[in-house]
Design a protein around this ligand. Sequence first.
Ligand code: UDX
Length: 437
Amino acid sequence: MNITIVGTGYVGLVTGTTLAELGNSVYCVDIDEKKVEGMKNGIVPIYEPNLEEMFLRNIQSERLFFTTDLKEALDKSEVIYLALPTPPGEDGSADLSYVLKVAHDIGEMMTEYKVIVNKSTVPVGTADKVRKVIASKTKIPFDVVSNPEFLREGFAVEDSMNPARVVVGSSSETAKDIMAKIYQPFTNTGVPIIFMDEKSSELTKYASNSFLAVKITFMNEIANYCEKVGADVDKVRLGMGSDDRIGHRFLFPGIGYGGSCFPKDVKALIKSGKDDDFDFQILQATEKVNIAQKVILVSEIEKYFKGDLEGKKIAVWGLAFKANTDDIREASSLDNIALLTAKGAKITAYDLIAEENVKKLLGDKIKYANTMYDALEGADALFIATEWPEFKNPNFDLMAKKMKNKVIFDGRNMFPLEVADQNGFYYKSIGRKTILN
Ligand code: UDX
């Protein structure tokens, strides 16, 4: 099949590459000329494990093309995926202007039947809006389908090649048949394709992300309570997760959830609810708890230094919002750095992958180290903000040598308590007892 993808951001690029890998001819359209030129020359504009290999393979096999010309791509394709940004507005609602602008252009340019697929995370009712905009520009038949994306950053290729499910919202039998054909390589291997109406499909995406945000936040509250009563959240987590109605995943407590999806989607669902006179009480509580959780260790750091952080040298390990990505959107590291700096602390950060993005944002307001150990030179304390695998088994002797004080505040529970204890560190993590060395 010939497919156009409009928007080569995270979702668009991964979806396009995946659909090419499944044997389709895919035309990726973007308004950014420099980016398109780069992609034509084999430059992948984002960091994502295993993407480059698949991207280059499909360019070479002449199944993956890039252009700034929407009309050219449109004329070649029966199916058009919209993978455009839907940034949150001031009030948290998703801004649909990019999606509706392209819908308008498609309406003006199309000369035969098309299926328009909404891949972006869009509020309930967006398929109807897109339909209306296109219908106002053309009499040619078309269908609008909702097909939300569930991939995780850092696992985008793995997730998009092995989806847990494919959700398709469509009220047209023709469009359903076309979507079933596109995803046949998946359904053939047992991946369920779940058909529903457009609105239910749109809500499925928000409900899934919000539920996971609630799950994490619930565990963060349990962790905070563990500290109050002297329980160990790692034990509670294992005990709870063994019930397969609960499951082990997304029960890891820490310094809150971040990234481009959870915070935005929770906010947007609360706002959509408000617009429909509906009060999402659980989500409002989740948002509030998460904001506080992100900086929960700062008061502990202050307590340790008896309220005086002026001139204290704090090393920060990890800047990305989670491991395996260079994405720093809504990263807890940034909230902590802002707060610690405001209280007079001096930050030296280390993150091999995300450093460049933080530099663009913070410049020389903080220092950057080339290795995780260099960051510790003369440090009064270490703060761990991201669960990069390289932090899991550090050389504690070398750490002790470099640091002024053997003190760790760990927002991601990287070490077993006994390991920190045996190595003689003061160790404060989340939902577990503090090791008072
Ligand atoms: C998420 C969804 O998982 C994905 O299905 C959707 O399409 C987009 O949003 P992503 O934002 O890439 O993906 O990251 P994810 O791995 O889900 O983590 C989100 C946040 O939750 C991170 O800040 C992570 O550190 C935090 N998290 C995750 C926890 O604090 N504890 C956990 O147990 C799991």
